[in-house]
Design a protein around this ligand. Structure first.
Ligand SMILES: Cc1cc2nc3c(=O)[nH]c(=O)nc-3n(C[C@H](O)[C@H](O)[C@H](O)COP(=O)(O)O)c2cc1C
Length: 146
């Protein structure tokens, strides 16, 4: 089966834990996975299946470890036509910019012709004390689309 590259953006680790949990589930389903925390564009397969998991910080901003990737994409304008991706955000609905990071990153990927598979998951930490729980449910459904 295909290799799935999990890309995480995180400040305090929540999104990383969620990415690791989803990778474990995908491994158990027979996929091979690699997890990259805050990768640069050079680290990523440009004909691959990505699962992007990011929290939101500042006022709707990407975490510091993922902003450089977004900057590289915006500057280098790679053709991501052969990339398909899933999108998972973690945020808090107390902010007007709830899950702003995954929304803007998804837009950036689509602007460069990447295609999203499945619906975006937005995990609200005010509703889910354990963000891995909704992530687990979502990724099992997402895997069926692959
Ligand atoms: C300073 C600060 C700013 C934040 N800004 C936002 C925001 O704009 N939108 C949002 O949905 N969540 C926001 N959050 C909530 C975080 O996304 C949430 O706590 C998340 O679980 C952090 O995950 P991480 O440890 O992977 O970075 C903010 C949190 C902090 C501490």
């Amino acid at each position: 089966m295909s290799t799935i590259t999990l890309i995480s953006g995180s400040t305090m680790g929540s999104a990383e834990y969620v990415a690791e949990h989803m990778a474990e589930i995908l491994d158990n389903l027979g996929f091979s996975t690699e997890i990259l925390h805050g990768p640069s564009l050079d680290d990523l397969p440009l004909n691959g299946l990505w699962l992007v998991v990011t929290s939101t910080h500042g006022a709707g901003d990407l975490p510091e470890n993922l902003q450089p990737l977004a900057d590289e994409i915006a500057q280098q304008k790679p053709d991501l036509n052969l990339v398909t991706f899933g999108a998972v955000g973690i945020g808090s609905s107390e902010y007007d910019t709830f899950c702003g990071a995954i929304r803007s990153l998804e837009q950036l990927l689509e602007d460069h012709q990447a295609k999203r598979i499945g619906d975006r998951l937005e995990i609200d930490i005010l509703q889910h004390e354990i963000p891995e729980d909704p992530a687990e449910k979502w990724v099992k459904e997402w895997a069926k689309l692959l």
